[in-house]
Design a protein around this ligand. Structure first.
Ligand code: GLA
Length: 389
């Protein structure tokens, strides 16, 4: 069991006395609906069975002690529950610290310190939400240790708040929501304008979800994420002069075509086009899935990638190579980049009999073109956060 090893490490680093809890929060993959969650659109993510393990113990004083098995060289990082602020030289502890800070901002002041050790088996910075996983996990642990009255949906919102305000990334709600509300075997069809959601079973008879990780690292903070968001806001402000809407997600394809000339700047028009079309694709994709039309669902995934490549411009040669090589293989139902983009991962639905060939062919074409290897994960859809022991 992974968690037993993580617990052992905690005892080695922090000692074995007192009451120790062992927890897990998943990572997530988004099937379709990219860069729609800050535009009032729909998303369709699911939680994974890979994620972040956390071992924690409440302390009697106000000290925070952190240790990550993924960043062992950093050793134990210490801080205090009071006066938390983001450090310029950011390390991973900015995520749990941000959540402790955010609880305080929401009226749930953490008065005592804790020892926290983490181990993640999601590749860091890969677009599978390792940071949101740490945020939701921290919130889940705080609730358990200190008895705060918050729902899992609250944990998602607090995680997003901490990422926005403490870590300076203007992310939407998708990642934290998918992680906090995950359900085995299901994706979550979430309307980010209202937070209404529905679980949709993913029944991939004779097919698998394959994640291809480009190994091109990116941090959301230093990527163009905030810039894309600002471009969409500019487009919305100009559209609002022509049509009464609160978000781009309210527009249908037809309405967008009717009003698009109100957006003066061509770049902003392209960004808005993606947001509108991607939202409509997501709504359609969920209908297809309900009708067991996986072929159409896959086609929409492919179209999503093209739009992210050409109109939203968040792919890059690494993700494009992974996807374009995937499209060449018989047995690939659909393939697209997933997450923020600019590096990270792609998600593909691949027929069982084609999975080995997929990994071999896409892997070697990628190595030839990009000069280093990609990693492949055949993933399962798992539950939200849990206490394991
Ligand atoms: C990141 C953000 C999400 C979402 C995606 C793009 O994962 O954290 O809120 O915007 O990018 O769909």
């Amino acid at each position: 069991m992974v968690w037993e090893k993580v617990l052992e490490k905690f005892q080695e680093i922090f000692g074995s006395e007192g009451e120790i809890g062992v927890y897990f929060a998943p990572g997530r993959v988004n099937m379709i609906g990219e860069h729609t969650d800050y535009n009032g659109g729909h998303v369709f993510p699911c939680a994974l069975t890979i994620g972040t393990y956390g071992v924690a113990r409440k302390r009697a004083d106000k000290k925070l002690r952190f240790y990550s098995m993924n960043f062992e060289k950093l050793g134990v990082i210490e801080s205090l529950v009071e006066g938390l602020k983001p450090e310029k030289e950011a390390d991973w502890t900015n995520y749990p610290k941000g959540v402790i800070w955010a609880f305080g901002e929401k009226g749930m002041k953490v008065e005592q310190g804790m020892d926290l050790l983490l181990f993640g088996n999601i590749p860091n910075g890969s677009g599978l939400s390792s940071s949101a996983s740490v945020e939701v996990l921290t919130g889940f642990i705080l609730r358990d240790l200190f008895g705060f009255q918050v729902t899992n949906q609250d944990l998602a919102l607090i995680g997003q708040y901490s990422e926005n305000k403490f870590n300076g990334v203007n992310c939407g709600i998708m990642d934290q929501f998918a992680i906090a509300m995950g359900k085995k075997g299901h994706a979550i069809f979430l309307d980010t304008a209202t937070l209404n959601y529905e679980y949709a079973p993913i029944k991939l008879e004779h097919a698998k979800i394959v994640i291809s990780c480009s190994n091109k690292k990116r941090g959301l903070g230093d990527s163009k994420y905030n810039e894309r968001r600002a471009e969409c806001e500019r487009a919305l402000a100009q559209l609002q002069e022509a049509v009464k809407i609160d978000s781009l997600g309210e527009l249908t394809w037809d309405a967008f075509e009717q009003y698009k000339d109100a957006i003066k700047d061509e770049i902003c028009r392209k960004r808005a086009k993606h947001a509108v079309y991607e939202n409509q694709r997501t709504i359609q994709a969920v209908k297809d899935l309900k009708n067991n039309d996986l072929t159409d669902f896959g086609q929409l995934m492919n179209e999503s990638h093209v739009s992210l490549r050409d109109d939203y411009e968040v792919t890059g040669v690494e993700l494009d190579t992974l996807v374009e090589e995937a499209w060449k293989i018989d047995g690939v139902i659909g393939s697209r980049m997933t997450g923020a983009g600019f590096g990270g991962c792609t998600v593909s639905i691949v027929k069982d009999e084609a999975v080995d060939l997929f990994i071999e062919k896409v892997g070697s074409a990628y190595r030839d073109k990009i000069g280093y290897a990609a990693d492949f994960y055949v993933v399962e859809i798992g539950d939200g956060p849990v206490k394991l022991a």
